[in-house]
Design a binder for this molecule. Structure first.
Ligand code: NDP
Length: 289
């Protein structure tokens, strides 16, 4: 809200660092556009101070908040109620405070599904190849499985792949009709075979992100095929080497910018019940990124 009064409600972002985030601009603009009396601020809170920050916000009656790294996991444990997606991943990026009762949600995966759909691509009932098992990748994995993607092959490299990701995959196979399997990157032929009959390839790793824009997670571009939609979670740069090469191979592509916008829109809806005016936000804050 531009006009702050004694009635103005508080929304905010918790994490560290937070100063680079586009969320304050996005949510304040949306509130101004719709005449909603909230102000959204960013607070730099390290993980060990999260419990105190959360108790403060609960006591002060903040309507809700976003959580970015490193607080996404601990916040889930501090909430009173947890959405199915957050329960499966053990992480959340959004809290709604209903008169002191805190509910945790994950809207990153919701943002991903909407970004794909807005590209005119239907992945429900289809197969997905997902690269990475970090925060962004697991949010995508969980939402895609809950929403009805038929089969997901997850590829990752390092040792932690056998820890948290394995638990998430077991829960998804038990609770959804999606068939999820974990693979190692080490055999390129397994990856090639997975991509060959996938409708969508998602880069959920940070490979290709600025400043190392010369990197790509798919070095063998013969793995691309014309029926493949290639999505990159990275939004800086907007067109990664992966997306450029996929386009050159005739693939349709989508980048992480609109995933970021739509996760914000989904959080906004949870707090306010209103649809974020995404076209205005796109034009003002996402066009030049
Ligand atoms: P994490 O650190 O949680 O995950 C990073 C992932 O990348 C891990 O799976 C990691 O593997 C993998 N990885 C890193 N380096 C390599 C490599 N050289 N080869 C193969 N895999 C590698 O980060 P986040 O998930 O938070 O972020 C990842 C990217 O997503 C960032 O670029 C971030 O900006 C973007 N992002 C976009 C969002 C959006 O809305 N568009 C939302 C959140 C993030 P391992 O587990 O083995 O270490």
């Amino acid at each position: 809200s531009k006009h702050i009064t004694g009635h103005t409600g508080l929304l905010c972002l918790l994490g560290s660092p937070v100063a680079h985030s586009v969320s304050p601009e996005m949510h304040n603009e949306a509130c101004d556009q719709l005449g909603l009396d909230y102000s959204y601020l960013a607070f730099d809170v390290p993980e060990d101070k999260m419990p105190q920050a959360v108790e403060g916000l609960r006591t002060m009656g903040a309507r809700g908040w976003n959580i970015t790294m490193p607080g996404k996991n601990i916040m889930c444990r501090l909430a009173d109620k947890v959405s199915p997606a957050s329960e499966i991943s053990g992480a959340c990026n959004t809290i709604v405070n209903d008169n002191g009762v805190l509910t945790a949600y994950t809207t990153d995966g919701v943002g991903f599904m909407r970004a794909v759909a807005e590209n005119g691509v239907d992945i429900i009932g289809k197969k997905m190849t997902l690269l990475g098992a970090g925060g962004a990748a697991t949010a995508i994995l969980v939402q895609a499985a809950l929403d009805g993607v038929a089969e997901i092959n997850v590829f990752n490299v390092r040792d932690n792949f056998f820890g948290r990701a394995e638990e998430i995959v077991a829960k998804l196979n038990e609770r959804t009709s999606c068939k999820v399997t974990l693979h190692d990157f080490s055999d390129p032929e397994v990856l090639r075979a997975s991509i060959a009959d996938s409708a969508i390839l998602v880069n959920g790793t940070s490979v290709g992100m600025a400043p190392k824009t010369e990197n790509t997670i798919i070095t063998d571009t013969t793995m691309f095929h014309k029926d493949l939609f290639v999505f990159d979670v990275i939004y800086n740069p907007q067109e990664t080497r992966l997306l450029r090469e996929a386009k050159e191979a005739g693939c349709k592509t989508g980048n992480g910018m609109y995933m970021l916008l739509y996760q914000g829109a989904a959080s906004f809806k949870l707090w306010t019940g209103e649809d974020m005016p995404v076209e205005i936000i796109k034009e003002k804050y996402f066009s030049g990124k």
